[in-house]
Design a protein around this ligand. Sequence first.
Ligand SMILES: *Cc1c(COP(=O)(O)O)cnc(C)c1O
Length: 394
Amino acid sequence: MSKDWKTRTTLVHEGSRRSQYGEMAEAIFLTQGFVYPTAESAEARFLKTEGDEFIYARYGNPTTRMFEERIAALEGTEDAFATASGMAAVNGALVSMLRAGDHVVSARALFGSCLYILEEILGRFGVEVTFVDGADLDQWRAAVRPGKTKAVFFESMSNPTLELVDIKGVSDIAHAAGALVIVDNVFSTPIFSRAVDLGADVIVYSTTKHIDGQGRALGGVICGTTEFIRKTVEPYMKHTGGSMSPFTSWIMLNGMATLDLRCRAMADSALKVAQALEGDDRLSRVIYPGLSSHPQHDLAIAQMGSGGTMIAFEVKGGKDAAFRAINALEIIKISNNLGDAKSIATHPATTTHQRLPDDQKASLGITPGLIRLSVGLEDADDLIVDLKRGLGCI
Ligand SMILES: *Cc1c(COP(=O)(O)O)cnc(C)c1O
């Protein structure tokens, strides 16, 4: 296939394969396995599998392969492996390459389940993890141990306070120490990702978020070199059972066709909503990387070319005021997903980050008044009216 397609063409056509029936839409190969014409061909397929040689859906499936090829082409990596959820992707990327005695440096501000893998699981198997303030390059520099640090891990934009990690800065430090750079890029979205150009080696997504974008299915994907994906990730994933189901792959393939349009429309609305919220005297803080008031606005524009689809804001009056505000919303739903067509308000302190001790919440900026907003595909003016209605009730 032509590799000089622009993004929207890639998102519609890349990776498509057609059966002998010439179907227009991508087929769902809802099959666990494949039939071999002879015993000899079964033997040959088990001996050497490549390209279209499928054996078992845990190892690979034609619908899943279409999705993997499409996302790899978008991200600019040689290959990708699709997983059952975003967490299967984070776990797979890290655990497949690490062994006892290795050292990892990670940003401290992480999605709760990512923190569980880095704090709990890796330590249990003898991998030492040093946590740093992701925005502070001096801390990364001080934490890496040349030869011993095998990987660095971070979310390129943190949840829920939308702090950016300088991908190029951290990649230069990691590579000088011989470490692989693994980025959880969910909040940046695959559309506003320049992670590969900036030096990331492995990019992980929860496809549950923008890639599906319609709140239907859990999924994840690990993007990287063919060597890393096929020699390191695939053996781990196929033997431990975290592969994406063919039905989910079909959902994700269809999500990708509209991904660029959706992310850009959502980011345009997010900027309008953030501008409408900024300066509202019922709020003590509005955090949106696309606003020039964001301390890392220049980095956001250089790294993503956009402020993204997420906003966070803090209402005056703490938890009670925050609850009154989101309970009064009529369009925006109270939930914890993000990147969905439907706008979603989340109160991190009592839901996604409830389990963190109070001092850790405070140090991460997760205050009782903080609300996270995933901006969807509704009209921005309607969202602004809805939010002002909510704020009118605090
Ligand atoms: C949602 C999310 C995950 C986990 O993805 P699941 O699909 O829910 O398993 C990991 N990292 C980030 C930043 C997320 O937002």
